[in-house]
Design a protein around this ligand. Structure first.
Ligand code: CU
Length: 118
């Protein structure tokens, strides 16, 4: 799993230009893309309610891999709704206020992640 994540990070870094790749984050607002991988298979969805820390305005990629079409709802203000098809799709978003934002599947009525935005 660790290896897969590392590979994903490398790919992201090659695609992003100059800015995102340095490791010298000083704890300030991050412009590095936070990738959240979501897998939907039958009535199982992962992650399952886990907390994820993100910074205000940090770019977030929701990478959804699903075996059937559905919809993801992000309880931010304004709300975001993403309709996905079977297969893998990436949805980009950012949240511009601190707080806890739930990302849920309306199709399965489950919380996927709680974004802790600071
Ligand atoms: Cu909702």
């Amino acid at each position: 799993m660790r290896r897969v994540l590392a590979a994903a990070a490398v790919v992201l870094c090659t695609m992003a230009t100059v800015t995102a790749c340095s490791d010298d984050s000083d704890g300030g607002g991050s412009t590095e893309v936070k990738t959240i991988e979501i897998t939907v298979s039958g009535d199982t969805i992962t992650p399952n309610g886990e907390r994820v820390d993100v910074d205000v305005n940090q770019p977030i990629d929701l990478v959804v891999t699903a075996d059937a079409p559905g919809e993801i709802h992000v309880h931010s203000e304004p709300e975001h709704e993403f309709e996905y098809q079977a297969g893998t799709e990436t949805f980009k978003m950012q949240i511009d206020k601190p707080g806890v934002v739930e990302v849920e599947s309306h199709t399965l009525d489950k919380i996927i992640v709680q974004l802790e935005v600071k």
